[in-house]
Structure formats: structure tokens, C-alpha cells
Design a protein around this ligand. Structure first.
Ligand SMILES: NC(=O)c1ccc[n+]([C@@H]2O[C@H](COP(=O)([O-])OP(=O)(O)OC[C@H]3O[C@@H](n4cnc5c(N)ncnc54)[C@H](OP(=O)(O)O)[C@@H]3O)[C@@H](O)[C@H]2O)c1
Length: 269
């Protein structure tokens, strides 16, 4: 692909998208905008054309990524609505429904995506849903771009709050688990780095077993559990805790919050 891409809002996720495209050797031109001078400087240091003018960036682009907070989406869209007419616009904003984008810029072709911060290391799970006027050819481009950031899957828009809560926020929950395992390692006498990176690699490796071998987690649990062994002692403790229910509650509350934010912003459900 050689299309010019503009990323509006080079913050945490917009900046990660830029880095991910660069790492993948994206062949087209990349521009980025932000309202914070230090973020513009960070983009320039990466060799990206960085500017403060969203209109100019949108006018130059074939494909526009909108990576601002949900409450800033309306302002940005109003600002660039003429420049994005007929163009593919990919927004990372949580909670904002496709209907809302369409109301503000009816002539653009919107794709709503939910990546996670692992875009930074090209290991995101990115779910996406497309507006009605997004063509098959556009969808191929979207997939090609998202594949550079990890793996992606098109889903029905009705699942976006749930996926935001599960995979968008997922690195937050798993960081707590990795941190807790690191402290567990310290408790049994491991050096700090061995405990931290060992715990992180155990999480990564387990994820790979599920994804690459298509194994159910229960089967992986079986594979590591021997009669009268060490793992069953640990699993016995975990099964007596509320770890499963806590994770379910956490994801459920995050999904509800996504809905509440939409209500607060006065956006259609
Ligand atoms: N962080 C994640 O893990 C994650 C994951 C999935 C989806 N998302 C979504 O991605 C979006 C961005 O999240 P984030 O965490 O990357 O936020 P962030 O770090 O705050 O980045 C947004 C950037 O956009 C800038 N900005 C605001 N208004 C602008 C404007 N009019 N023109 C140009 N730049 C503007 C912000 O500057 P100011 O700070 O000055 O406003 C900020 O630097 C959100 O909608 C969020 O729901 C985030």
C-alpha cells in the first residue's frame, strides 16, 4: 500500500499506530497531528511529517486515522468534514457509534476500530466495524493496515462496548496479573527481573498456545497439572479465590461504563 495516511491525535494509541506502521515498513507517506508540542516533536524524531493543522493533514491524506478521546471526536470531525469527503476514516475512539460519525460527515467512509496498546509491539487484537458505504476494496485496505498492528477481526457494531471492555482494556488487567505473579516470584525468593520477565513470558507463551495450537485454556491447565504435583496445589488455591468472578465483573463494569460515556456525551446508542 502506498496511500498517504494522516493520524490525527498522536497520543498513546495514535503514536503507537504510527510506530507500528513504520516498523512494518509501510510504503506510503505518514503524517501526524497533535495539540501537544512534545508529541509533535516525538513524531518528528521518528521521521514523520508532524503538524498542528488537522485540515491540512486530512486534505493531504488518502486515509485518515482519528485517535482523539471520545469527547474530542465531534470537534475534530467538524473541523475536517470537507477534507475527508469520500475518504476512508478509521477511528480508534471508544464508545462513539458509527451513526454519530455519519451525522457529522455524511460523505466520509467510517471504520470504527478497537485496538489495544499492544499496537506498540505489533501484537494488538483489533476489532473493527464498518459503515455501510465502506466498500470491499476499502475493507481490504483496512485489514492490511490492521494486520500490520497485530491481528484483527471484523465484528458487528453491537459488540463494540464488550470488546472495548475485554481486549481494549485487556492489557490493564493482564498487567495486574503479571505484577501479582512478579510479587509471587519475589515471595518464593526469585530475583526481581527473573520474576518479572518470567511471569510476562509465561503469559505470552500461554496466549500463543491458545492462538497457535487452538487449545482451550482448560486443556492447557490439564497439560501442566500432574497428580500430587506442584501445579495442582496452586490451582486448588486459585479455584478457592474469586479470580474468575472478579475478572467477569471487571469486564462487565467496563462495558457498562462505555455505554454510560456515550450517554454522557449525548451520542446515539
Ligand atoms: N490508550 C489505549 O490503550 C486505547 C486503546 C483503544 C482505543 N483507545 C482510544 O483511542 C483514543 C485516543 O486514546 P489515547 O489513550 O491515545 O489518548 P491520548 O494519549 O490522550 O491521545 C490523544 C491525543 O490527541 C490530542 N488531541 C486532542 N484534541 C486534538 C485535536 N483537536 N487535534 C489534534 N490532536 C488532538 C491530545 O492532546 P491533548 O492531550 O492536548 O488533548 C492527545 O495528545 C481514545 O478515543 C480512546 O478511546 C485508546
Amino acid at each position: 500500500m502506498t496511500e498517504t495516511i494522516s493520524v490525527i491525535g498522536a497520543g498513546m494509541i495514535g503514536g503507537a499506530i504510527v510506530k507500528s506502521l513504520l516498523k512494518s515498513g509501510y510504503a506510503g507517506k505518514i503524517l501526524a497531528t497533535d495539540s501537544q508540542p512534545e508529541r509533535i516533536r516525538a513524531m518528528e524524531e521518528l521521521g514523520v511529517s508532524a503538524l498542528r493543522d488537522n485540515r491540512k493533514a486530512a486534505a493531504e491524506a488518502d486515509i485518515v486515522f482519528v485517535c482523539v478521546k471520545p469527547g474530542d471526536v465531534e470537534k475534530v470531525l467538524k473541523e475536517i468534514s470537507k477534507e475527508i469527503a469520500g475518504k476512508l476514516v478509521i477511528s480508534t475512539a471508544a464508545t462513539v457509534p458509527l451513526k454519530f460519525y455519519k451525522q457529522i460527515a455524511p460523505d466520509a467512509k467510517f471504520v470504527r476500530i478497537m485496538p489495544n496498546i499492544a499496537v506498540m509491539v505489533q501484537a494488538s487484537y483489533t476489532a473493527y466495524c464498518c459503515g455501510e458505504n465502506v466498500t470491499q476494496e476499502d475493507k481490504k485496505k483496512v485489514k492490511a493496515l490492521l494486520d500490520m498492528m497485530g491481528i484483527c477481526e471484523e465484528i458487528d457494531e453491537k459488540y463494540m462496548d464488550a470488546i472495548t471492555a475485554l481486549t481494549g482494556s485487556g492489557p490493564g488487567y493482564l498487567s495486574i496479573i503479571i505484577e501479582a505473579l512478579m510479587y509471587a516470584g519475589l515471595k518464593v525468593g526469585l530475583p526481581r527481573n527473573v520474576a518479572l520477565y518470567g511471569a510476562a513470558q509465561a503469559v505470552l507463551g500461554t496466549g500463543k498456545l491458545v492462538l497457535e495450537l487452538q487449545e482451550h485454556p482448560a486443556r492447557i491447565k490439564d497439560m501442566v497439572t500432574t497428580p500430587n504435583g506442584t501445579t495442582i496445589e496452586a490451582i486448588y488455591q486459585l479455584e478457592g479465590s474469586s479470580i474468575r468472578q472478579s475478572l467477569m465483573r471487571a469486564v462487565e463494569e467496563a462495558a457498562k461504563k462505555s455505554q454510560r460515556i456515550r450517554e454522557m456525551l449525548g451520542m446515539p446508542q
